[in-house]
Design a protein around this ligand. Structure first.
Ligand code: COA
Length: 206
């Protein structure tokens, strides 16, 4: 799996198509009640330092299958206000967590960030699971902060500090023959299996 820059008009069009689907935009927030981004808006985001956007691929090809992003990046404070992800074709389910993990490595490494915030809508169970697996710490709940189909939902807030991030290794990197070539990607510690919270209850601190 690779992260690729969103640097071609055709890639931007593909990503805009994913974000235009209700199954994706209803969980996200582009400000001012915007449901989906236009190609122009997404292109502008790619040109601004406060966003770091990448498309990700599956393990066996360079086909773009999803979009992962750090937004509200404040380099002077070494923070990113949100990390978010949208999977394009849902038949590729299973890649998002690793894609976010790789982007966090870029953020904490190349960008020198020290803290990254994430949020999710309380009933977005797939997103909650992604955040939990990435070792984010639950830090609070914004009540009635997110609207879907005319109904308010709470948002759960999380953060992650640089020393708490351990990149999820690629599965094929665990084969002995692949290990030496992929050593830079191996996590220093295995990602611990985390208990799943009961749906609908507050997540405890990590
Ligand atoms: C959230 C999303 C990115 C997940 O993509 P994905 O490739 O399926 O993610 P992963 O497989 O890496 O991880 C999802 C985890 O949630 C689990 N999951 C999926 N649906 C679930 C559900 N309804 N209830 C509980 N767990 C669920 C999966 O089993 C997986 O956990 P596992 O690794 O323990 O098996 C994708 O569903 C999506 O694009 N959703 C719309 C946009 C969105 O919600 N973005 C997140 C907000 S930032």
């Amino acid at each position: 799996m690779k992260l690729l820059p969103l640097d071609k008009p055709e890639l931007i069009e593909v990503a805009v198509g994913w974000l235009a689907r209700e199954e994706n935009w209803k969980w996200l927030d582009f400000g001012d009640g915007t449901h989906a981004l236009s190609a122009v808006s997404l292109k502008i985001m790619t040109q601004r330092d406060i966003h770091v956007l990448r498309v990700f691929t599956p393990d066996d090809s360079d086909t773009p299958i999803g979009l992962v992003a750090l937004s509200d990046v404040r380099r002077q404070w070494k923070t990113a206000g949100s990390v978010w992800v949208a999977l394009g074709p849902k038949r590729y389910a299973g890649y998002a967590c690793r894609a976010v993990s790789k982007l966090l490595t870029l953020g904490f490494g190349e960008l020198g960030l020290e803290a990254v915030t994430a949020w999710t809508v309380v009933n977005n169970m797939a997103s909650r699971r992604v955040i939990e697996q990435l070792n984010f710490r639950y830090v609070g709940r914004q009540r009635r902060r997110h609207w879907i189909d005319g109904r308010p939902y709470d948002r759960l807030l999380y953060d992650l500090l640089a020393p708490e991030h351990h990149e999820i290794p690629d599965p094929y990197a665990q084969r002995p023959d692949a290990a030496s070539a992929l050593t830079p990607y191996l996590a220093p510690h295995p990602v611990p299996e985390r208990p799943r919270p009961d749906p609908g209850t507050s997540l405890g601190s990590a």
